[in-house]
Design a protein around this ligand. Structure first.
Ligand code: ADP
Ligand code: MG
Length: 268
């Protein structure tokens, strides 16, 4: 049975997709069987995995609406050595079309039932909003990974996400845990970033991953080649950091050190 993690942060441009794609490739590199689900209608995780979002039929959209079996929507990342359930613009319709459907928040969880056995990890990339698509990711997931930049307003934005995680935990998915904050696009030369990083550690303790992802241009260049940075330039600092992050996640999962079931936020 796969461990399901979603990468979420309601802000855009904070490194969700870069994290989802490179964590998928990093986990594959350390021998894990991985499925990456793109739940963002922008389809960036799909394209960044080397899968053409214009050639998906069916896509994750049809699978969520029950129009096509999920298995039919699976693609392989040509370079990434992981599977992709891809998305494109038609997924935007799901936010509205699912509203009156039964089990509207549990559609992703339900469709993953038939795929679970084939993977060690399922990662879900989410759109920059706390809508029905992100809710589906939170209902399907065991853990939430929150990429964040160490900036002044970072902590402020976190409150909404933490509250959403608490509510989903209380009402829809008692297994959900905020497993960790991942510091991304980090530049240690900037004093403010170091200060915010220390604040995060002080406030969230072990909920902050040890791995830190540096700002690294190779990670930003990779998507235009349809490759995860981890594959595009595996020696780059960004790629190495994501591989270290993948190893850290595998360690935490196998040590059952994700957190307690009592509270979604409490540290282990
Ligand atoms: P989101 O999915 O949260 O909107 P993205 O992963 O698409 O964010 O990242 C936003 C932009 O920042 C993209 O152009 C991406 O290439 C770039 N980026 C992300 N992480 C890094 C990094 N560690 N170093 C340099 N650029 C990055
Ligand atoms: Mg994105």
């Amino acid at each position: 049975m796969a461990s399901v993690f979603c990468v979420a942060n309601q802000k855009g441009g904070v490194g969700k997709t870069t994290t989802a794609v490179n964590l998928a490739a990093g986990l594959a590199r350390v021998g894990q069987r991985v499925l990456l689900v793109d739940l963002d209608p922008q389809g960036n995780a799909t394209m960044g995995s080397g899968v053409d979002k214009r050639q998906l039929s069916p896509s994750v959209y049809q699978a969520l609406l029950g129009i096509a079996p999920a298995r039919q929507a699976l693609r392989a990342s040509p370079q990434g050595a992981y599977a992709v359930l891809g998305a494109n613009r038609e997924l935007a319709g799901a936010e509205v079309e699912l509203v009156d459907e039964p089990r509207r928040e549990h559609r992703l969880k339900d469709l993953l039932q038939e795929l679970h056995a084939d993977y060690d990890f399922v990662l879900v990339d989410t759109p920059p909003a706390l809508g029905l698509l992100t809710l589906n990711a939170l209902c399907a997931a065991r853990g939430v990974i929150v990429p964040m930049q160490c900036e002044y307003f970072a902590l402020e934005g976190l409150t909404d996400l933490v509250n959403t995680v608490r509510q989903v935990h209380a009402k829809l998915n008692p297994d959900l845990l905020l497993i960790g904050l991942l510091r991304v696009m980090f530049d240690p030369r900037i004093t403010l970033q170091q200060q915010v990083s220390e604040q995060l550690r002080a406030h969230f303790g072990a909920k902050v991953f040890d791995a830190v992802i540096p700002r690294n241009v190779r990670l930003a260049e990779a998507p235009s080649y349809g490759m995860p940075g981890v594959v595009f330039d595996s020696a780059s600092r960004g790629a190495q950091a994501y591989i270290a992050f993948a190893e850290e996640l595998v360690r935490r999962v196998s040590a059952h050190a994700l957190g307690s079931r009592g509270s979604p936020i409490a540290t282990p």
